[in-house]
Design a protein around this ligand. Sequence first.
Ligand code: SF4
Ligand code: SF4
Length: 159
Amino acid sequence: MSSDKLADSKKSLPVIADCNGCGVCCFHMGYPAFILPRAPMTQSQIDADAELVAKIKKDPRLNDDLLAGNPGESYWHALPDALRQQWQAYVDNYTLPKYGDDPATFDGPCIWFDMESRQCQNHEHRPRICRDFETGSAECLQWRDYYRDKISLNPPAAH
Ligand code: SF4
Ligand code: SF4
């Protein structure tokens, strides 16, 4: 989005005090995007994967990361078993959309998102990426601008 358009959206949308009645940044997440633990790879496994090699050319630090493995994020390790099983069942049957420019081609709402209350049903267990997404950031304002007709100005009371 151009900076002019972003400035316009800041002007014309209500001031964001919190996320009540919004939730539009969850509309295309599909499922909670945890960083999972990953077993270390060998150098020959890495070299045999053309996609990884292309990524490593852009960021050589990735090679060391793959060789060392990844412990995964703390919120994944703290996830209750029932939620972990629900997550796994969804991911096992997940099909990657054919992403285009139009958000209609993206993933649908996160499986933890309650469209009626506009809230995360497992907020205390949400992954790091959701915790890091800042209210009022440029990305937040872009989504709010795109979904300006879907943001409720009279949201249901928090539960
Ligand atoms: S788009 Fe922004 S205001 Fe809306 S729920 Fe996400 S972070 Fe909150
Ligand atoms: S885990 Fe919760 S906060 Fe994160 S995308 Fe899903 S509904 Fe939104």
